[in-house]
Ligand binder design. Structure first.
Ligand code: NAD
Length: 249
């Protein structure tokens, strides 16, 4: 087991068809105690309970500093340590540049970028004290290729911000043996795009994917297992593309 007795906090993991829950499930199978943090307490608890009794589901909005800190206090109260943080919570909006309003910008950047910062700040003192930890941030191929798949330009900007933030955190935290890495998923079939992709859109997208299929949540969970575990012990500040070849660079 790759994560025996590790404590892993995963944000946005209550959505059962999502990348966060697939990661939570794989982490639990590999021996981790998993904490699911999502907006709705009942959904978080139900998702955690479905993994077994050792796991915990908590409610917090990752862009709310007080809620984030209260959740991490509960995690430390129950488990006493945090080995892995997966910054997975995110939302997207398929809107064009000139239609982006302040509230769109705030909503999308708040969850992906502010949420990644606040959650990381909340766990870093513990990881520093432990002199070990792994932070995995879920960015997007949209950050690298300038969108053009589903989310608007503000989504690309938020996810590109995550890449920069993660790399800077990797430099600062390396001396404390805390690693920080990103995953850039391509188009993965989850609720984030559910019902919003027409068959024509899918066909057009597939034409640009050498592996000739959309991704599934397992593809991302396996990458998150690599980065969360000691399999990636000498990697920090990297960006791991999991996109079926949609972007080769
Ligand atoms: P999803 O919609 O299935 O899950 C996202 C989860 O985040 C939901 O459970 C939601 O409740 C939660 N969430 C939203 N705002 C939150 C907040 N403020 N605080 C706490 N939780 C919050 O989406 P998914 O496809 O599983 O996406 C997971 C991550 O992967 C996101 O960051 C997304 O941007 C990224 N991503 C997805 C794809 C894709 O194709 N699915 C591609 C690239 C990147």
């Amino acid at each position: 087991m790759l994560l025996k007795d590790k404590v892993a906090v995963i944000t946005g993991a209550a959505s059962v068809r999502g990348l966060g829950f697939a990661t939570a499930k794989l982490y639990a199978e590999q021996g981790a105690k998993v904490v699911i943090i999502d907006l709705n307490a009942d959904a978080s608890q139900a998702a955690a309970a479905s993994l077994g009794a050792a796991h915990l589901g908590l409610a917090a909005n990752v862009s709310n500093e007080q809620q984030v800190n209260a959740a991490i206090e509960q995690v430390l109260g129950k488990y006493g340590r945090i080995d892995i943080l997966v910054n997975n919570a995110g939302i997207t909006q398929p809107i064009k540049l000139m239609d982006i309003k302040r509230e769109n910008y705030d909503a999308v950047l708040d969850v992906s970028l502010r949420g990644t910062l606040l959650m990381s700040q909340a766990v870093i003192p513990t990881m520093r004290a432990q002199q070990s930890g792994s932070i995995v941030c879920i960015s997007s191929v949209s950050a690298q290729r300038g969108g053009g798949i589903f989310g608007g330009p503000h989504y690309s900007a938020a996810k590109a911000g995550v890449l920069g933030l993660a790399k800077a955190m990797a430099r600062e935290l390396g001396p404390d043996n805390v690693r920080v890495n990103c995953i850039t998923p391509g188009l993965i079939q989850t609720d984030i795009t559910a019902g919003k992709l027409s068959d024509e859109m899918k066909t057009a997208i597939l034409a640009g994917i050498p592996l000739n299929r959309l991704g599934d949540a397992q593809d991302i969970a396996r990458a998150a297992l690599f980065l969360g575990s000691d399999l990636s012990s000498y990697s920090t500040g990297i960006t791991l593309d999991v996109n079926g070849g949609m972007l080769i660079h």
